[in-house]
Design a protein around this ligand. Structure first.
Ligand code: G1P
Length: 296
């Protein structure tokens, strides 16, 4: 069955990025000139997704406004003859069919997904987390969907991370089946380094089936007192096969200040309009840093 629907849980408070996220959603932080959420919606569309559900919360109205028609702005652009910008604004409002539901309490990722039950109905669906921006030749979600179509089961995006960082992620114990596909044997949410079964971390892309909902409904709070998606998928493992996809591409953790900075530099280096200028700027800064170091 084709996967046409995606859930974007966007109710999180973005505490890793305060104070920027005090009054605006972390999903709206701009990477060069587009908010993070725009990149992730683009990835979903490029992977065949036709309907998106934002699971939102308090203070997230800016996301709704961004994907809506902005009449005043469009009128202004029209009056000023800024046609290219006008077309660009209209395209954003028409990108994909978007639905919204409020997650009334911050009860965790698992709970956010459960809020999408009615939207999903009885179809397989994707989940995309806005913190993870994945720069890839083939969209990361498309790579997961290939694994899904081959094995017909739940698929998680996996990445090998340095062992000292594993406690920031869901972590899996898995058997490698092919170059990119793994069969998941066990999983644990944000383990202590010494308890982690591997350095394979779950990254914010999932292909799930509606079988997860009855489990989520009964799921007790886990790590951090929240209803964890990882714990629910672990339960699913007892009755169903779960797969991992070690995707090709560069993942940027944009919910983190340093990750965001690296993403900005990487993206700027790829953008034709300032590639040359930006490289020259970086080179100059690097030389200055080296000079400072050699003086010391
Ligand atoms: C969530 C998941 C975690 C996963 C991570 C990927 O955690 O609970 O299993 O590894 O996303 O970004 P969060 O970062 O939202 O705390």
């Amino acid at each position: 069955m084709q996967v046409k629907k995606a859930i974007f849980p966007v109710a999180g408070l973005g505490t890793r990025f305060l104070p920027a996220t005090k009054s605006s959603p972390k999903e709206m932080l701009p990477l060069i000139d587009k908010p993070l959420v725009h990149y992730v919606v683009e990835e979903a569309i490029a992977s065949g997704i036709e309907q998106v559900l934002f699971v939102t919360g308090r203070g997230k109205r800016a996301i709704e406004d961004y994907f809506d028609i902005a009449f005043e702005l469009e009128a202004l652009l029209h009056d000023k003859g800024k046609d290219a910008e006008l077309v660009q604004m209209r395209k954003i409002a028409e990108m994909v069919k978007i639905f919204y539901v409020r997650q009334k309490q911050a009860m965790g990722l698992g709970h956010a997904i459960l809020c999408g039950r009615e939207f999903v109905g009885n179809e397989p669906f994707a989940v995309l987390l806005g913190d993870d921006i994945i720069d890839a030749d083939r969209p990361c979600l498309s790579q997961l969907l290939d694994v899904y179509h081959k094995y017909q089961g739940t698929v998680l995006a996996l990445e090998q991370v340095p062992m000292e960082n594993i406690s920031s992620y869901g972590c899996v114990k898995a058997n490698q089946i092919t170059e990119e596909a793994f069969e998941v044997l066990d999983m644990v949410e944000k383990p202590k380094r010494e308890d982690a079964p591997s350095n394979l971390a779950i990254i914010g892309r999932y292909v799930l089936t509606p079988d997860i909902f009855p489990i989520l409904e009964r799921q007790q709070p886990g790590k951090g007192g929240e209803i964890q998606l990882t714990d629910a998928i672990r339960k699913l493992l007892t009755v169903d096969a779960v797969y991992g996809c070690r995707f090709e591409g560069t993942r940027h953790d944009c919910g983190d200040k340093f990750g965001f900075l690296k993403a900005t530099v990487d993206m700027a280096l790829k953008r034709g309009e300032f590639n040359g200028k930006f490289k020259a700027f970086l080179r100059q800064r690097l030389c200055e840093c080296e000079e400072t170091l050699s003086v010391r």
